[in-house]
Structure formats: structure tokens, C-alpha cells
Design a protein around this ligand. Structure first.
Ligand SMILES: [Fe+2]
Ligand SMILES: [Fe+2]
Length: 318
């Protein structure tokens, strides 16, 4: 796959041509720095607590980037052995990581300047998440790995886009632009990972569909599931409940992403599969609609979870 990966390197922008976090934040050496900070803080006052909680959860997820780079380097055949290998895979992984690094930086600085969160509590969560790590169940298998990353880039794109819309509704233009900008990076990354996986579907349809099945059977968990520290074992579940309630990332989105990937990789029209691979093809193709029905049923039945206290916002409930 090296030649294909090499062509996808152009999807990554050079550092000089990339947006940088400072493009969206008050200029700290500017004469009107204080004015700009006051404006940012004024806008941020209108962000409802529950949106703040979702934003913090998204930021924490981005800040655990060392875990994700380790995961990519663990996929067989993809690893960057020296730390500066010249292979296309190694360059891709470093370039991807370097772009992702701006996401956590930007959100972190915005939240710091906003004056709305208990930054120490947030930082403790980030440290806990990186200490605990995360196993997406891909077992060093690059096929599973690229199904997972394709799903995950799209899920984070959806999540940042929806936070952007809610920030706009609350009148915080700065946050609206920030989240939208990050979402457009996620969209570019999604294009690359779905292309890598698309290639595997062309070259080895049976292997690819089996990997797709394996990842979906595991239930695709968000990478921040281990964010809870001592005394907050259910922090991720509480954060997810708020994201679901606000419509930022929901069971319905999960179903939509599965269906989108099935279409994107034309799984339904893969020809010549037999035995286990044919069964996997059928399983994968029925899963999206099935999840959608379950999500609809659950949303009709469920009474929304009551607000819970979050250390991130000084133990206020959201
Ligand atoms: Fe990101
Ligand atoms: Fe991403």
C-alpha cells in the first residue's frame, strides 16, 4: 500500500500552510490583547453548562493524542520504528499526528481563556486518560485499524460540527469557527482513512469485510472511554449522556456512520464472497438499519438521564 499512502500524503497540509491555533485566538503580543480576551470571555458566558461539558469531553479526547499515535504505530506493517522512518506510512502517521495536535491545543487554549471551566479538573482528566490508554480492539491488525480510524474521524467530525452549530446558536462566534475548523480537518483525515480501507476492499474483499465485521461486533467505543479517574469511574458515561441529550453525538449518528461506511466501501455489491465472508457481508449490511431502529425505539422510550455533577464545571450539574 506504500504507493497509495504516498499519494495520500498530499491530503496533509504543510505546517506553514496549515491553520494554527493562534490564528483563532487573541494575539498575546497584540496591543488590544486584553480587549480581545474580554470579547472572547463575554461570548463564552452564553455557552450553556451542558454544551461546555461536551466541549470539554471533546477537548479531552483530542488531548489524548499520544495514545492514538501509539495505536497507529502498533498496526502491523504501519509502524514508524525509528521515530523518523522515511516510509510513506511513517510519514503519514507523523503528519496526521502533527495536524491532530493542533485540535487539542486550540480547544484547550480557548477553554483556558473562556474562564468557564475548572481547568485543573480538566487537566487531571486528560492525564488520567493518557495514563490509562485505550484499546479499540483492533489487535494490531491494520485492516481493523483503518475501519476504526475511518469511523472515528467521521464521528469526531460530526461531533465538532454539532458543537459548532450549538455554539452559533448560543452566540459564540469564536467557538463556532474553532469547532468548524477542526471538523474540516477531521473530514480530510476521514477521506484518507476510508481510501486506505477502500483499497483493502478492492484488493482483499474477504479480509476487509471480516475486519469490518469484527470491529462492528466489538461495538465501536469512543477513544475517551477511560477518562474517569479515582472517584469518577462513570465520567465517560456521564459525558456521553450529555452529548446524546444535546444531539451532538448520538446512537442515531452511530447508525448513520455505519450505513455511510457500508455505502462508501460498496459492501453490498462485493461479489464472489463465500462462507464466513459472505455471512459477514450480510451482517455488516443489515447493521446500520438495525441500529437505527434500536436508536429510534430507545429515544421514544427513554426519559433523558437527569443532570449530573461535573468537576470540570465546579461540580455544577449538566
Ligand atoms: Fe482531532
Ligand atoms: Fe481526527
Amino acid at each position: 500500500m506504500e504507493p497509495l499512502v504516498a499519494t495520500q500524503l498530499e491530503l496533509l497540509n504543510s505546517a506553514e500552510n496549515c491553520w494554527q491555533p493562534s490564528d483563532y485566538l487573541p494575539e498575546s503580543t497584540g496591543e488590544n490583547w486584553l480587549e480581545q480576551v474580554c470579547k472572547l470571555r463575554d461570548q463564552a458566558k452564553a455557552i450553556p453548562d451542558e454544551l461546555l461539558v461536551v466541549l470539554v469531553g471533546d477537548m479531552v479526547t483530542e488531548e489524548a493524542l499520544p495514545t492514538y499515535q501509539s495505536l497507529l504505530n502498533g498496526f502491523e506493517g504501519v509502524s514508524d520504528r525509528s521515530g523518523s522512518d522515511a516510509s510513506a506510512w511513517a510519514r503519514w502517521t507523523r503528519g496526521w499526528t502533527a495536524e491532530e495536535n493542533r485540535h487539542g491545543d486550540l480547544l484547550n487554549r480557548y477553554l483556558y481563556l473562556s474562564g468557564r471551566v475548572d481547568l485543573r479538573a480538566v487537566e487531571v482528566t486528560i492525564q488520567n486518560l493518557i495514563i490509562k490508554g485505550f484499546d479499540p480492539g483492533t489487535a494490531n491488525n491494520p485492516y481493523r485499524g483503518f475501519v476504526y480510524t475511518s469511523f472515528q474521524e467521521r464521528a469526531t467530525k460530526v461531533s465538532h460540527q454539532n458543537v459548532s452549530k450549538l455554539a452559533r446558536a448560543a452566540g459564540d462566534e469564536t467557538l463556532q469557527v474553532i469547532c468548524n475548523t477542526i471538523a474540516s480537518d477531521e473530514a480530510r483525515h476521514e477521506r484518507a482513512y476510508t481510501k486506505f480501507m477502500g483499497y483493502l476492499f478492492e484488493q482483499d474483499p474477504a479480509g476487509a469485510v471480516l475486519a469490518f465485521r469484527d470491529v462492528l461486533q466489538n461495538q465501536i467505543v469512543m477513544p475517551a472511554q477511560n477518562m474517569g479517574g479515582t472517584g469518577e469511574p462513570d465520567l465517560f458515561e456521564r459525558f456521553s449522556a450529555v452529548a446524546q441529550r444535546l444531539g451532538v453525538y448520538t446512537a442515531e449518528h452511530y447508525a448513520q456512520i455505519v450505513t455511510h461506511l457500508v455505502d462508501r466501501w460498496r459492501v453490498e455489491s462485493l461479489a464472489g464472497l463465500s462462507g464466513e465472508a459472505a455471512a459477514a457481508q450480510e451482517y455488516v449490511c443489515t447493521l446500520g438499519p438495525r441500529y437505527r431502529r434500536l436508536a429510534e425505539r430507545a429515544s421514544r422510550r427513554a426519559t433523558p438521564a437527569p443532570p449530573q455533577a461535573f468537576s470540570w464545571i465546579f461540580d455544577r450539574a449538566a
